[in-house]
Design a protein around this ligand. Structure first.
Ligand code: ADP
Ligand code: MG
Length: 331
């Protein structure tokens, strides 16, 4: 349904999107995941015909967005990062305005009422947009994307700035819309795309770092786990004491001084191993007292690093110890 081929976008000298390709099948919800500045909005603006690409192609249902923008745009409902809302209109006035703008042919009143029902804004239909909460404004943004009943929805960070309850509501709505639309949803929040999407494309610095089903990416991400401990004793000796524990992959010492006489360690463990008890027993039997221990989930940055370099630390500094051996020098 959506096909992106070797898309590249430069802003002057700045390469914002670097030769990316991916596709979305009919009825799929694709999560477009990446940190700020990764190139998500740029890609979405190209897909929706708001921006031209420097190179490459974007096809919506086989139609090239550059060759036939009018036909391609008819297939897309777009919620940009900043929804184009008119604050001085009521919700209904605004939706009618969008209806005319899109030259929609569906029966106006029943079509717009149906959208309001679907996104749950019936009770604010006659209120000025200016007076709506951020959550309602965002739903009005989704509503304008749905005018004309386009089969494809492109939603740019639809939950940014919402409170946790509103986030859940928007996620539920997107899942519902996914039942009869093809959806691309961008986000910089991993759990969000994991919760909503069938497939995830990870973009980092304009390049695709991963493209996989949510299921297999989640397994990949859960494969390594991390333990963070704070322990008394000299760092070198503590690391030595842990050396040889089965399931241990690497230990990194946090250089920051956390408390007098106490150091912090990031312990990276192998697939599915829970080393909490072994670490605790080993250290206490050698006379080192653990003053804090927690399981640390990988951050989005670490996941990128893991996917792109195979190591969650990316650049490994001299303090990283792999099974007792210093691993310095690798860059
Ligand atoms: P994201 O949506 O993932 O946060 P963007 O697509 O907005 O990323 O931006 C990608 C990169 O392109 C960033 O480095 C950003 O600073 C740059 N960029 C975006 N828009 C412009 C522009 N109009 N002119 C110059 N650089 C831009
Ligand atoms: Mg953006």
């Amino acid at each position: 349904m959506i096909e992106v081929r070797n898309l590249t976008k430069r802003y002057g000298n700045k390469l914002a999107v670097d030769n990316i390709s991916f596709s979305v099948d009919k009825g799929e919800i694709l999560g477009f995941l990446g940190p700020n500045g990764a190139g998500k909005s740029t890609t979405m603006n190209i897909l929706t015909g708001y921006l031209s690409s420097t190179d490459g192609q974007a096809l919506i249902d086989g139609i090239d967005i550059l060759e036939d923008p009018v036909r391609a745009k008819k297939l897309i409902g777009y919620l940009p990062e900043q929804p184009p809302l008119y604050m001085d209109m009521t919700v209904m006035e605004y939706l009618k305005f969008v209806y005319r703008l899109k030259k929609c042919k569906l029966p106006i009143i029943s079509h717009l009422n149906e959208i309001c029902r679907l996104v749950k804004i019936e009770e604010v239909k006659n209120r000025l947009i200016r007076n709506l909460s951020k959550g309602y404004k965002q739903r009005v943004g989704v509503a304008q994307a749905l005018v004309g009943n386009p089969p494809v929805l492109i939603l740019d960070e639809p939950t940014v700035g919402l409170d946790p309850k509103q986030i859940l509501e928007i996620r539920t709505l997107i899942k519902k819309l996914g039942k009869n639309h093809t959806v691309i949803l961008s986000s910089h929040i991993l759990p969000e795309v994991q919760a909503v999407c069938d497939k995830i494309v990870i973009i980092n610095r304009g390049k695709i770092a991963a493209d996989d089903s949510t299921e297999s990416l989640s397994q990949h991400m859960d494969g390594n786990s991390r333990l963070i401990i704070r322990c008394e004793g000299k760092p070198d000796e503590v690391v030595k004491a842990l050396n040889g524990l089965s399931g241990l992959e690497s230990i990194r010492i946090n250089k920051e001084n956390v408390e007098p006489g106490v150091s912090e360690y990031y312990i990276n463990t192998k697939e599915g191993t829970d080393l909490r008890r072994d670490v605790s027993k080993r250290l206490s039997s050698r006379g080192y007292t653990i003053v804090m221990m927690k399981s640390g989930e990988l951050t989005l940055e670490e996941i990128f690093l893991k996917i792109t370099t195979g190591d969650i630390y990316g650049k490994v500094d001299d303090d990283t110890v792999i099974q007792g051996k210093k691993k310095g020098g690798r860059k």
